[in-house]
Design a binder for this molecule. Structure first.
Ligand code: GAL
Ligand code: MN
Length: 309
């Protein structure tokens, strides 16, 4: 009993004791004067926005290496979306938290369809069967409940952070520990250079996700978000409740759980934002500000791949 509590306390101390750096590590001098000038790398509430050139991968990897982290990462592949699993996992093994412990949780209605993918050291895949649903909107929204339960029932004692990603995607560049934070949102690739009146927020007052005139900071993607287990648990619990209220009032937000996620982030500001480098679209023209495409939505025929229009 006593022994256990000492272990727990030591673990806690180690995890929360700042950003420790190795004494012998060599890395470039950080500059006070030189940085990205073509993009904002901090929000008005002083959360960093992560772009290529704002972090040193060698330094940041070495800091987080000392924290003995596990990163559970969830994806959902239902119906024809199972075709995306192979590329997602293979590319993640090349680029996603390389050198760190990653535990993928794949939720699917066809566990038998999951291909063999060679995993690196300290990387594992758990496949979970879920019920298939008739509408992609319902599949998408039902994830809030699954995330909430997964965190409550399984992850609470075994991990620190979680990321929730779409499966119809591929990694092309590094996605690493620079993305870790208490509450992490990703700026949607379609609207990063748009005024907020063009953001596709829910505007109807009947929905719990309403953004009324003039409100809203950024438009966040529903296809990727994450953070500490505690914060993501609160997020998923809250959004799930709001989705239930909307359903009881016979209203479905314009972009389903993405609309509720945006409302959540309006009221609970993310502590870190990832630039659209972390959620691009293969069909998108290049933009000068995007120096590296790290993660991208793959081109697909929506009508063919979705169960309903
Ligand atoms: C699209 C995306 C949708 C939703 C929408 C918001 O690019 O495919 O999932 O995010 O933008 O306007
Ligand atoms: Mn998607």
């Amino acid at each position: 009993m006593y022994f256990n509590s000492v272990i727990i306390r030591l673990k806690w101390r180690q995890k929360t004791f700042g950003l420790r750096s190795l004494p012998g590590l060599l890395y470039n001098q950080p500059s006070v004067l030189v940085g990205r000038t073509d993009v904002a790398s901090v929000t008005p509430w002083l959360a960093p926005i992560i772009w290529e050139g704002t972090f040193d991968p060698i330094l940041i990897d070495s800091i987080y290496k000392q924290q003995n982290l596990t990163i559970p990462t969830t994806v959902f592949a239902l119906g024809k979306y199972t075709r995306f699993v192979k590329d997602f996992l293979e590319s993640a093994e090349q680029h996603y938290f390389v050198g760190f412990r990653v535990h993928y949780y794949l939720f699917t209605d066809q566990p038998e369809s999951v291909p063999e993918v060679k995993m690196g050291e300290n990387r594992s895949l758990t496949v979970r069967k879920v019920q298939s649903l008739n509408r992609w909107q319902d599949i998408s929204m039902s994830r809030m409940e699954t995330w909430k339960k997964l965190i409550e029932n399984e992850l609470a004692s075994e991990a620190d952070y979680i990321f929730c990603l779409d499966i119809d995607t591929k990694f092309y560049g590094r996605w690493g520990v620079e993305s870790l934070g208490r509450l992490v949102g990703v700026i949607h690739p379609w609207f990063f250079d748009a005024p907020r009146n063009r953001f596709t927020y829910e505007r109807r007052p009947e929905s719990q996700s309403i953004h009324s005139g003039g409100k809203g900071d950024y438009y966040y993607a529903g296809a990727a978000f994450g953070g500490s287990l505690e914060d993501v648990h609160h997020l998923t619990k809250t959004c799930r409740e709001k989705l239930h209220i909307d359903a009881a009032n016979s209203i479905e937000a314009v972009w389903q759980e993405e609309s509720h996620l945006n409302k959540y982030f309006l009221l609970n500001k993310p502590s870190k934002l990832l630039s659209p480098e972390y959620m691009w679209r293969d069909i998108h023209a290049k933009a000068a500000q995007i120096k590296v495409i790290r993660f991208s939505n793959v081109a697909k025929n929506y009508a063919e791949v979705r169960p309903n229009p």
